[in-house]
Design a protein around this ligand. Structure first.
Ligand SMILES: [Mg+2]
Length: 283
């Protein structure tokens, strides 16, 4: 796909967190709020594992599947096959990977973006659904507060405006709840930037259903639509199955998980690429 091909598409569907902004400071709040809900004697080990995992030296790596029932991590080897590891990093040859992982159903948790590192470590140390839910809501409240600053991304604002002016439609599809997502959009200068926004989207289980209804609503064929996101299982794989084009924002080099049409380490790299041919856009 060349930049001019993207400008000719009719519908772009964006994820929000990690895609339209890449600030990470709120993940520290999320980790701290999960830690606070653990028994006191486990907090230090939790934070230690969290910090080390972010540095690539801890138990959890991006691209892992965590089996919450077995407390085992599945990680691909050089050939792409999943191998099981204990929390301490020991290879467990006797534990076989399932035929198919089923993320979104509670047992298999895919570490597909920054939200999942604190969560998986929390699960290992015994955090409950309600602990994690509360920690998440407090994190979103922090992001909605004035002390959380997000810079406007002028290039993004300009790209979205130009795409729409050219007759294309823009949709937002995020797993995050509406009120705080709207505050984030406001901070980013993106209020009213989308023709349709889907909050609390329930990706990955509901990604395809939402995409199908967007295609219908805007009367766009799958090949004329693009899904843009930072989570391979939520944003890229289901879109590819439907025949959409895909752009993967990939800070952790997980492109092999979903085989997107294009990947960029950062949204700004995508914007630089697409704006390089703005002159060739529809006028
Ligand atoms: Mg995301």
């Amino acid at each position: 796909m060349e930049p001019k091909d993207l400008w000719e598409k009719k519908l772009l569907v964006f994820d929000l967190d990690g895609t339209l902004y890449q600030d990470r400071s709120h993940f520290a709040v999320y980790a701290r709020e999960i830690a606070r809900r653990l028994p006191e004697e486990k907090r230090e080990a939790y934070l230690w594992d969290y910090q080390n995992s972010l540095l690539g030296k801890g138990p959890v790596q991006f691209g892992d599947f965590y089996d919450a029932f077995l407390d085992v991590l599945f990680r691909r080897d050089e050939k792409g096959d999943y191998r099981a590891y204990s929390w301490e990093g020991e290879l467990l040859p006797q534990v076989k990977a399932p035929e198919q992982f089923r993320p979104g159903e509670g047992r298999h948790i895919f570490v597909g973006d920054d939200w999942w590192v604190p969560l998986v470590i929390g699960r290992h140390y015994g955090a409950s659904d309600s602990d994690i839910g509360q920690a998440f809501l407090l994190t979103r409240a922090f992001q909605a507060s004035p002390q959380y600053e997000l810079p406007r991304n002028e290039r993004l604002v300009e790209f979205l405006r130009s795409f729409r002016q050219g007759g294309g439609y823009l949709a937002l599809m995020t797993n995050s709840p509406q009120p705080d997502s709207e505050i984030i959009l406001e901070k980013l200068g993106l209020r009213g930037a989308f023709d349709k926004a889907i909050f609390a989207a329930g990706k990955p289980l509901l990604t395809r259903a939402h995409l199908q209804s967007l295609l219908q609503q805007f009367r766009v064929s799958p090949g004329d639509a693009v899904s843009i996101g930072d989570n391979p299982l939520n944003d890229i794989l289901p879109a590819r199955i439907l025949g959409l084009r895909t752009v993967f924002i990939d800070p952790y080099q997980l492109a092999h998980e979903a085989d997107p049409d294009l990947s960029f380490p950062h949204l700004d790299d995508f914007l630089e690429w697409v704006m390089s041919e703005k002159t060739a856009a529809r006028s």
